[in-house]
Ligand binder design. Structure first.
Ligand SMILES: [Fe+2]
Length: 395
């Protein structure tokens, strides 16, 4: 008998335009708002503070989370809030802000744990994060993509370590996710494109992952259907209904991948993005069709099911994969995303000089281990080359 698995997601998902007002109902005494300068300038932080105060909570604000938050920032938050002692943490912002609020919760509630204990670039971490008992964590996403409001991951950077450091634990899932499309309305267009395709990558990779299961696949499929249908009108026409659906789909895909897993596309995006400063979403967007092609030799009819859900009419697995790749390519074109790393402007000499290292370190990367097809170093080299040249015949 295989070990039982747990499906976990936020206890409450409050959704709909204007649902941020639910903050008035949060039970607690002292709330700490974790956010960034952008949301403070837009007046969102002040509104969050008002809702919490209406509910009778004292409020402190930390609005200095930077993109790709550092351990230093997280530990500063812990030091500055020791006396205040929040029993509610409200993380409102993009993935970086929500990740920072997750990491804060770890070191605030479990001061004996160190960063070295809980993060891991390979294999399990040194220490397991115990359940949280002192705080309620509320996450509100201001972008439609990362799924951080529902996921079990926090990425923190440390200048001493030349890689983004993931902390992965089911305990990190927020207790409450407020999924309010109004909060994401001010998202710049390029962010919508990049984070939207990040969400689509979560949905597709989690559907075919070695960790996928009956509970996660329905969510993956719904997120794929919504994102394929609504990303173009949300991006091109600012269609409010489309924007609403992509915002929900991002959270749905977050629940899906954090109860299944991502795959090789995320490995490639992380490696290439880390060296060439490409955004996570853009790195994924370019690698996604090539990853699908690579995986399609072992995924049976899974891609056929996805292709049928978005309009393919047939049974042939090869035609279904082509249909899916073409449909994604069309959407990415509409979103202004190039179809190769070369067209994205990555310098050829530097990229080629890195391929061997990318391939070698990709074999044991966590999202490679959960990919449906386990690649050899040679296959990875070909895949990285295909993504650069935009050439499927190399796979
Ligand atoms: Fe992602």
């Amino acid at each position: 008998m295989s070990a039982p698995r747990i499906f976990r997601c936020p206890r409450d998902i409050i959704w709909g335009r204007g649902s941020i007002a639910y903050l008035e109902n949060i039970v607690g005494k002292r709330a700490m708002i974790v956010t960034d300068q952008v949301l403070t300038r837009l007046g969102v932080t002040a509104r969050v503070r008002e809702y919490l105060q209406k509910g009778g909570l004292q409020v402190s604000v930390f609005d200095e989370v930077e993109p790709e938050p550092s351990l230093r920032t997280v530990m500063r938050m812990v030091t500055e809030n020791k006396d205040f002692g929040p029993d509610v943490i409200v993380g409102i912002g993009g993935g970086s802000v929500i990740d920072a609020s997750k990491a804060f919760r770890i070191f605030f509630e479990h001061p004996r744990l160190t960063f070295e204990d809980v993060h891991s670039l390979q294999g399990p971490p040194r220490q397991i994060i115990p359940p949280f008992t002192k705080t309620t964590h509320v996450a509100i996403s201001s972008t439609s993509g990362t799924g951080a409001d529902a996921s079990h991951v926090s990425i923190v950077t440390d200048p001493a370590i030349p890689a983004k450091c993931p902390i992965v634990s089911q305990e990190l899932k927020p207790n409450i996710a407020i999924v309010d499309p109004d909060v994401a309305d001010s998202m710049p267009k390029e962010v919508m494109a990049d984070t939207g395709i990040d969400a689509l990558t979560h949905a597709i990779e989690s559907y075919v992952s070695g960790m996928a299961n009956d509970f996660s696949r329905g969510l993956s499929l719904q997120a794929i259907i919504s994102l394929m249908k609504y990303l173009p009108p949300a991006f091109l026409d600012k269609d409010p209904v489309a924007k609403e659906h992509i915002h929900y789909a991002a959270t749905i895909a977050g629940i899906a991948f954090s109860n299944s897993a991502n795959g090789i596309c995320h490995t490639i995006a992380t490696k290439v993005g880390g060296v060439f400063k490409l955004t996570h979403g853009r790195g994924n967007a370019i690698a996604l069709p090539y990853s699908i092609k690579y995986n399609s030799s072992v995924t049976g009819d899974l891609f056929t099911t996805i292709a049928r859900a978005i309009g393919f009419d047939g049974d042939d697995q090869f035609l279904a994969v082509d249909y899916l790749i073409q449909a994604i390519g069309q959407i990415e074109k509409q979103l202004g995303i190039p179809d190769s790393y070369k067209k994205a402007g990555l310098p050829e000499n530097l990229y080629y000089a890195k391929i061997a290292d990318f391939a070698r370190t990709s074999t044991t990367y966590p999202t490679t281990l959960t990919n449906p097809r386990q690649p050899t170093i040679k296959e990875l080299e070909s895949l990285y080359t295909a993504c650069y040249q935009g050439d499927y015949s190399l796979i």
